[in-house]
Write a protein that binds this ligand. Structure first.
Ligand code: GLN
Length: 558
């Protein structure tokens, strides 16, 4: 592409209902364009008033995805990074909260002196400025894909839709595409698919002034040609631009399904790109391995939000990636920490090949997690602890190996005799809760002769963090004297980032969040080796046969 090229814009909107997979659709199209040699930027625009999702309850919003730069973003950024194998920035996630706080602080500064500050043009101009910021990113992207959160018809999304309509006018039709995702429900009483909600949703979009170029009807099964023609006619798009998004057994199959229907070619034709066909062979191989693994392992996950799998989205995905490596389906067994506390670990964990304790906040369920870790340590069950999972592992070790029966974390109790986990020094005096944790990428140096080093294969690594508490250095000697290995520290040696138990088959706990940096073609080394150890554990117990073609485990539910 020439030096002076201007980025094109693709806007992805959704209609009928939420949770149709706009993020995966946007990421899948991005993947196809990237594999055609194009440079892709991608933005999620969220219409809520929070500045970022960092202060939201994961029960409501799903996980908070932390980027290298420390921003706390929507979980769709996780899909973008996993699919595109690229690291994004805070500016890739825009919220109404950010837009309004920028405009309001400008107003207070006096930048709009004399003017009445309004949604149109002030808010819409700021939304467009955020889109243009990524279009002008350092890497000079060929295209910016912009996903608008929410559903067409929501009051909250109106300023975003108005802004993207204006972009279409300002940039010219040859530089902008609109893609609209809808639902085509199957009514079993009538025995047929219904296209009416799609027609209404597109009509609503057209009332705003946006005519979609591509329609993505989601449905449970393939649509007949007759139905595609009907949708095309009523919604005013060519039949070939009705790209059916039928349910896939794995989200990683979506780019393949889009490509098979010619979606990336339609985009290239619209923008006049003469881009080569994508080489999808590696991707196809990965999807095949997800769908038809030879082995199976069961991993127990013990956390507070077990009822809401979106709260652990990146962990679920990291296990899928690690499973590809080990040719195993990783079946996740969600165990409630409260159940373990009441019924004991043996009852809920006797049939798992590994235990993962994810990150979390608050005291509820912590005793159950500590009990689960004790079980894993004593039964030599592979274990991976993440953030709060590492805190619990250190408490367990201090209590049951070092003999400090009242060891606990300062996060939960203030007047502790043995606060083996305490507040980080730079968190003292922090009173505002939004965006003030230790966030984002920090370097870590790994100790020789450890399983951690074996996994990473390099001594200096960088991982993403989101926490306020850490291992209390006053207990370092006691823990190491009793056999715990402090396997990773900050380069100045002051913060403990990783611990492990050397005479255990695989017991590693980390202060950071490895799940945020796993990719389907490049699994995270800790998840990869953890799953490998779980396969060994299961084979030691006779192994688990995988039923070919079976695809209903927790891991396939993404
Ligand atoms: N609540 C703990 C802290 O703030 C752990 C955070 C986490 O698990 N992400 O340090």
């Amino acid at each position: 592409m020439s030096e002076a090229k201007k980025a094109k814009y693709i806007f992805v909107t959704g209609g009928v209902v939420s949770s149709l997979g706009k993020g995966i659709a946007a990421a899948s199209l991005g993947t196809l364009l990237q594999k055609r040699g194009l440079t892709v930027q991608i933005i999620k625009m969220d219409p809520y008033l929070n500045v970022d999702p960092g202060t939201m309850n994961p029960f409501q919003h799903g996980e908070v995805f932390v980027l290298d730069d420390g921003s706390e973003t929507d979980l769709d950024l996780g899909h973008y990074e996993r699919f595109l194998n690229k690291s994004f920035k805070q500016t890739n996630n825009v919220t109404t909260g950010q837009i309004y706080s920028t405009v309001i602080s400008r107003e207070r500064r006096g930048d709009y002196l004399g003017a009445t500050v309004q949604v149109i043009p002030h808010i819409t101009e700021e939304i467009k400025a955020r889109a243009r910021d990524r279009a002008n990113a350092e890497e000079k992207p060929d295209v910016v894909i912009i996903e608008i959160g929410g559903t067409v018809g929501d009051i909250e999304s109106l300023p975003f839709l108005e802004a993207i309509r204006q972009v279409g006018l300002e940039e010219g039709p040859e530089n902008v595409m609109y893609i609209h995702l809808t639902l085509v429900p199957y009514l079993s009483v009538a025995g047929e698919f219904k296209t009416k909600p799609t027609q209404h949703s597109v009509r609503e979009l057209r009332e705003i002034g946006i005519q979609p170029h591509i329609l993505l009807p989601r449905c449970s099964q393939p649509l007949t040609d007759a139905l595609k023609k009907k949708i095309a006619l009523f919604c005013s798009v060519p039949v070939k631009s009705v790209i059916v998004g039928e349910d896939a057994s794995t989200i990683y199959e979506v780019p393949l399904k889009f490509h098979a229907q010619g979606m990336d070619q339609i985009v290239c034709d619209h923008f006049g790109w003469d881009a080569p066909e994508p080489d999808l062979s590696e991707w196809e191989d990965m999807v095949e391995r997800i769908k038809n693994p030879r082995k199976r392992v069961k991993i127990g996950i013990c956390g507070k939000y077990v009822m809401l799998k979106d709260a652990y989205k990146s962990i679920i995905e990291a296990f899928i990636h690690a499973g590809v490596y080990s040719d195993a389906r990783v079946e996740l067994v969600w165990v409630s920490s409260e159940d373990i506390k009441k019924g004991g670990a043996e009852k809920y964990m006797h049939d798992v090949d590994g235990l993962l304790i994810p990150g979390g906040f608050g005291e509820r369920g912590v005793e159950g997690k500590i009990e689960a870790i004790r079980f894993a340590r004593e039964k030599r069950l592979p274990f991976l602890g993440i953030c709060l999972g590492m805190h619990c592992a250190v408490i367990e070790y201090a209590r049951n190996v070092c003999g400090l029966s009242d060891a606990h974390s300062f996060e939960f109790y203030r007047d502790l005799k043995h606060p083996v986990i305490h507040l980080m020094a730079d968190q003292e005096g922090v009173t505002e809760l939004g965006g003030t944790m230790r966030l984002g990428a920090y370097p870590c140096v790994i100790r020789e002769g450890t399983k951690s080093l074996e996994a990473y294969g390099e001594k200096e690594i960088s991982e993403r963090h989101r926490h306020r508490y850490e291992l209390n250095n006053s207990y370092r000697d006691m823990l190491t004297d009793n056999g715990l290995v402090l396997s990773g520290t900050s380069p100045d040696g002051r913060l403990i980032e990783m611990v492990e138990i050397p005479d255990h088959p695989w017991f590693v706990a980390v202060q950071f969040h490895p799940e945020l940096k796993s990719h389907p073609l490049d699994p995270h080394p800790l998840f990869r080796d953890f799953v490998k150890a779980a396969v060994v554990f299961s084979e030691g117990n006779g192994g688990r046969e995988e039923e070919q073609g079976k695809n209903d485990s927790a891991t396939a539910e993404s």
